[in-house]
Design a protein around this ligand. Structure first.
Ligand code: DIG
Ligand code: MN
Ligand code: MN
Length: 386
């Protein structure tokens, strides 16, 4: 019942199950797997797709001949396992060249190099089947605002996105961009810190129709926000092009925990939003196993991400079918239609009639809502007693 299927579109980045356990305070605890080994691991646990940053697959120091061999072997592993590549992205954050950003760097040579690197990475991703391209600007930020004008940074970001949208159009690629927000880490503050910022930024682009968002649970939680509300706004604007599912304690560094490992109720409402609205995109688990895990436990991590999604999907179905819950929802949303003539599309007649109305404000304040009862029923479904 909780076995992943292709139609679930569960994906993992090479960097997720391939995470070797290095952290700012400790050296790696796991050996580096090759991209081919990672593809086979993902096939073993039942994933549908694999994503990569350019340099997860091809080291930044690789020669053209080495790249060809790596890509050939990777493509063979995809053929052998049936794993697909729906998304690709560029590493514009690891190399020291990007220490002060990529597209927003104060060094025009770095900004130019970032465009070149991204065009090369787009070609690589498309050649392996990617139809979504993610941009996470991990270094696009500051530790002091003395060194960079935030308005200039926005303009540089826009120039880069417009340039790269034109590149994709010029190449005739079937590719959409998905912008991923994060409020901080590794920079002191990162520009376009939340999904809301990204939605506003996208509307200022020349080809905004090509660009959507890739919200990540951990990143909105780091900002203390309700992830489901941010995803709902993206979805309502038809801009939810991709999603990074993981989990995160509020107010902590980017923990990238297994999906639903921390906030079971928020994970439930994320799954409910996606399932109730028929989200058909990739469900990417941008997460990694604990530093203490060996590769058998890494597989348990990956299986847990997918199982938790499927278990919560079944809980959503149970919630939607629960007659007591549906009864409470009917009460909460009951409407005698008496206000319909005053609202909706504005007209001066409607406004005049509405202003002539008298409301019993005290009575309006007296009506309670059974949210405690409804939330308790939700908790009881999650606890498995309903
Ligand atoms: C971090 O959350 C970022 C990078 O791992 C990657 O660029 C992006 C893709 O999902 N997420
Ligand atoms: Mn993250
Ligand atoms: Mn991510």
């Amino acid at each position: 019942m909780y076995t992943p299927q292709a139609e679930n579109k569960f994906t993992f980045g090479l960097w997720t199950v391939g995470n070797i356990g290095r952290d700012p305070f400790g050296e790696p605890t796991r050996k580096q797997l090759s991209p081919v080994e990672i593809v086979h691991l993902l096939a073993e646990v039942g994933a549908w797709g694999v994503n990569f940053h350019d340099n997860d697959l091809v080291p930044i120091t690789a020669t053209a001949a080495e790249q060809d061999k790596i890509v050939k072997d990777f493509r063979q592993a995809l053929d052998d396992t049936g794993i697909v590549v729906p998304m690709a992205t560029t590493n514009l954050f690891s190399d020291p060249a990007f220490k002060d950003g990529a597209f927003t760097s104060n060094d025009s040579k770095v900004r130019a190099y970032a465009l070149q690197k991204t065009m090369n990475a787009i070609d690589l991703g498309v050649s392996l089947g990617a139809t979504t391209y993610v941009f996470w600007g991990g270094r696009e930020g500051t530790e002091t605002d003395a060194g960079k004008d935030p308005v200039t940074a926005i303009k540089r970001s826009r120039e880069a996105m417009n340039y790269l949208c034109e590149y994709v159009r010029d190449q005739g690629y079937d590719l959409k961009f998905a912008l991923e927000a994060k409020p901080n880490e590794p920079r002191g503050d990162i520009y376009n810190a939340t999904t809301g910022n990204m939605l506003a930024f996208i509307e200022t682009l020349d080809h905004s129709e090509m660009v959507g968002v890739n919200p990540e649970v951990a990143h909105e939680h780091m900002a203390g926000l309700n992830f489901t509300h941010h995803v709902a706004q993206a979805m309502e604007q038809n801009k939810l092009f991709h999603i990074d599912l993981n989990d995160q304690a509020f107010g902590r560094y980017d923990q990238d925990f297994r999906f639903a490992a921390v906030n079971l109720k928020s994970a439930f409402f994320i799954v409910k939003l996606l399932e109730d609205n028929g989200y058909d995109g990739c469900k990417h688990f941008d997460a990694h196993a604990y530093r203490t895990s060996d590769y058998e436990d890494v597989k348990a991590f990956a299986r847990g991400c997918m199982r938790n999604y499927l278990i919560l999907k079944e809980k959503v179905q149970r919630w939607n079918a629960d007659s007591e819950i549906q009864g409470l929802l009917a009460y909460i949303n009951e409407d005698d239609g008496s206000m319909d003539g005053y609202m909706g599309q504005y007209s001066s007649d409607k406004a005049a009639a509405l202003r002539a109305q008298t409301f019993d404000r005290a009575a309006l304040g007296e009506r309670g809502q059974p949210y405690e009862a409804l939330d308790q029923l939700t908790i009881e479904i999650l606890l498995g007693v309903r």
